[in-house]
Design a protein. Structure first.
Length: 207
């Protein structure tokens, strides 16, 4: 193992401890390697350094676990599989759908699922408004998908009657919250290696 690889595993292990997660490193390291490799050709993320990816992508994705509800989750505008792939690795008992309209990103997600044998993940290539599942999702998740009211508007047909939306944000989205027609609360959180503010907006599916 190279010194860089050892450093990445060390940072990842410390990050898991900080989030109070007891998870095997192997799948996360493999995902990181695939993301780094495919990023050169597919431009999946602006972050090029693997150690930075650990904090900004993997640990940030896992930080929202305490607020996830139910068995069926969907990651809207999944892109490179964030937060859906880290969540699928951390919670193999949950069913997670990843939806994106970008063909290159979908090919990457399919390769990740193949290499990591992620049987609890469904990859869907379409625009979110064109996807009509037979059953609603318990948790609808977005990471930088759009403003809160727009996210709710475009994904309302995906959510179960008692479901929730989880929106991952940077600083407290005060202006966005004023436009919401649904009850919500904001949970701030910290991620090792990220200096800026982070928060998760939890929106209940009842007006």
């Amino acid at each position: 193992m190279s010194d860089e690889q050892q450093q990445i595993e060390d940072v990842l292990g410390l990050g898991f401890q900080a989030l109070q997660l007891n998870l095997p490193l192997e799948g996360f390291v493999q995902y990181l390697q695939l993301l780094h490799k495919w990023n050169h050709a597919y431009n999946l993320t602006a972050v090029r350094d693997q150690k930075t990816m650990v904090s900004r992508h993997l640990l940030d994705s896992l930080a929202i676990i305490p607020w996830i509800k139910g068995f069926r989750l969907i990651d809207v505008g999944s892109g490179a599989g964030l937060p859906g792939i880290p969540l699928a690795l951390a919670m193999p008992e949950r069913q997670i759908a990843l939806i994106d309209s970008n063909g290159k990103k979908i090919r990457f997600l399919q390769e990740v699922c193949r290499v990591l044998s992620l049987t609890n993940v469904e990859v869907i290539q379409t625009r979110v408004e064109n996807y009509h599942p037979s059953q609603g999702f318990d948790t609808v998740i977005s990471r930088a998908f759009s403003e809160l009211d727009q996210m709710v508007h475009w994904t309302r047909h995906l959510i179960a009657p008692e479901g929730i939306w989880l929106a991952m944000k940077g600083r407290y989205p005060e202006n966005e919250l004023t436009k919401l027609q649904y009850p919500s609360r904001v949970e701030p959180y910290r991620v090792m290696g990220i200096d800026g503010e982070r928060c998760c907006v939890i929106i209940d599916n009842r007006s």
